[in-house]
Each structure stands twice: as C-alpha cells, then as structure tokens.
Design a protein around this ligand. Structure first.
Ligand SMILES: C[S@@+](CC[C@H](N)C(=O)[O-])C[C@H]1O[C@@H](n2cnc3c(N)ncnc32)[C@H](O)[C@@H]1O
Length: 286
C-alpha cells in the first residue's frame, strides 16, 4: 500500500505539478469550456456540498463555490503541494472552499458528506480507478451525483495527436503506451469508464462526447502565441515525457516540427485546436 499511486504523487509534486502551475493561466483558458460543461452536468444548487477531485489550482472549485453559495461548501483535493498552494493563494478568503493536499483515492473523507463528486480532468491518474471511485463513493450521500470531464482518446484530441505525430521519426520510437495506464488519456475508452464506475458501485451512468475548439497558447502576437503553444506542449504532458532525456539537437528538431503543426492552425493571439472529452455523470444508489 505504501506504493499506492506513488509515481503519480511524486510526479505531480515534482515536474508535472510545477509546470502545470507555471502554465496555469493558459491551461485554465484551454480547459474552461470543458469544465463549464461538466459543471452544467453536475447542476449544483445553493447549499450543496461538492468534492472537487484533483482540483489543481482551484478554478473549478471556485466556480462551484460561486454556485453553491455561502450555505454550501466545496472541498478541493489534490496530491500536488504546489497546486494546492496555488489554489489557496488564488481563491478569495470569503469563498466557501477548503483545499486539502491528499490522494483522493485513499484520503480519509467524511462519510456521506457530499452531494456531488466533481472533477475537471483530475480522475485519470489512479493506479486502480475502480478502488479509487469506490473509496470516493463513500464520501457521497445516498443518491448523490457524480459529474466529471475527462479526455477521450489521444486519436480524437488534435492538441496532442498532431504534435505527437509531428515528432514521430525525430524522437527514437518507444513502445506505445498502455492506453489504460494512469495518464491524461486513460479514460479514453468509454466502455472502460462505464465498467470502472459500475464496478465501483455507481448507477445511472451516462457518458456523452463533448468537443470544442480551444485556445492553446497565448501571446501579444500570432508568433508569440505559437511559441507559447510549443513551449506548453514540450513542458506539460506526454510529449514532455517523450523528450525528457533527448539530446538538444533532437529537442530542437522536435520543437520545430511541433511549431509547424501549430502554425498551421487558425487563431490570432492564440492557437485554436480541437479537444475531445467525455462528460460523465452517475449516481450513488439510494
Ligand atoms: C490534469 S490536472 C487537472 C487540474 C485541475 N482540475 C484543472 O482542471 O485545472 C490533474 C490534477 O489531478 C491531480 N491528481 C492526480 N492524481 C490525484 C490523486 N490520486 N488524488 C488527488 N489529486 C490527484 C494532479 O495533482 C493534478 O492537479
């Protein structure tokens, strides 16, 4: 048990967490529309209590807190110390939100205390997702709701598929990743998400596609926006890992290839590129 989610805890407390925090404003701009769709699916009302899993720098926790109001409550949980620090710093004191640094899959959570289990892209990193969701279900009241957004497969997500395609042939190929290994695309298979939630004890499971063209990278000029998109791609997520141990010349060639991909996309002070997600809802049986 000591090793439970250990790689993820280490990673989100090291490079991934710090880089996510560094690019947080741009990532928030990219993820906002997906988070909003998940919030609409959650449909929180005044006075409700929400658990925001993998809350990161807290943008979704703040949005949820605004909707549940002072009679409600949001608990944002994340394993990254730097992101929880950021969430606390960015959230106004008078909002009904508390942040806790913890592994949501095993943290001691008050039993039956929440009306809604919510997440914006924070539930794809568990070593054992079924056990994690079963554990988190214990924190939901009977009849409580689940609503989260997660990425569909990499093949549907241009913001990752196109850059990854561009570096093929530049970066020495490695074994294709296990699509179910913890990571951003591990819930890409709709059938798997349904199986996980069903095995964890949830009912009324619905999994709907949600697509949007999103701003990826930003800058005062078109060129600066493209540079920003390249930087973000090389520093956050799967491509940063693929390039981590590569020599400078390979990194430079990969960077040029990724730049060409983004230069080909529309946008004025950002690069507009397609993202594809699942909006997932379910219920804790009464
Ligand atoms: C892709 S980021 C999304 C962050 C945030 N929800 C957002 O939309 O900006 C995934 C987040 O999940 C967190 N995370 C990963 N595994 C976790 C776990 N077992 N328990 C709690 N948080 C976790 C990471 O630290 C990270 O902040």
């Amino acid at each position: 048990m000591a090793q439970h989610n250990a790689d993820r805890v280490a990673d989100w407390n090291d490079q991934s967490g710090e880089r996510w925090a560094a690019h947080q404003a741009r990532l928030d701009a990219m993820l906002a529309v997906f988070g909003q769709a998940a919030i609409e699916a959650a449909a929180p009302v005044t006075g409700e209590r929400v658990l925001d899993v993998g809350c990161g720098a807290g943008a979704s926790s703040q949005a949820l807190a605004t909707l549940v109001g002072p009679r409600g409550h949001v608990l944002g949980v994340d394993i990254s110390e730097s992101l929880i620090g950021r969430a606390r710093a960015l959230t106004p004191q008078d909002m009904p939100v508390v942040f806790a640094m913890a592994d949501a899959s095993r943290a001691e959570l008050p039993e039956g205390a929440f009306d809604i289990l919510f997440s914006r892209f924070g539930v794809m990193f568990f070593d054992d997702p079924t056990a994690a969701f079963a554990h988190m279900r214990g924190a939901l009241r009977p009849g409580g709701r689940v609503a989260f957004v997660c990425w569909r497969g990499m093949a549907d997500n241009d913001w990752m598929r196109r850059p990854i395609g561009a570096i093929k042939g530049i970066v020495p190929s490695t074994a294709p990743p296990d699509p179910e290994a913890p990571g951003p695309f591990s819930f890409g298979d709709r059938g798997r998400v349904a199986r996980v939630l069903m095995a964890a004890g949830f009912t009324d499971i619905a999994i709907e596609p949600f697509d949007s063209s999103v701003p990826f990278g930003k800058g005062p000029t078109r060129d600066a926006a493209i540079d920003d998109a390249v930087k973000m791609t090389l520093e956050v997520g799967p491509l940063s890992r693929a390039l981590a141990d590569q020599p400078d010349d390979i990194r430079a060639r990969a960077s040029a290839a990724v730049r060409a991909v983004f230069a080909d996309r529309p946008g004025e002070r950002s690069v507009m590129i397609n993202g594809a997600a699942w909006i997932v809802t379910a219920r804790n049986p009464v």
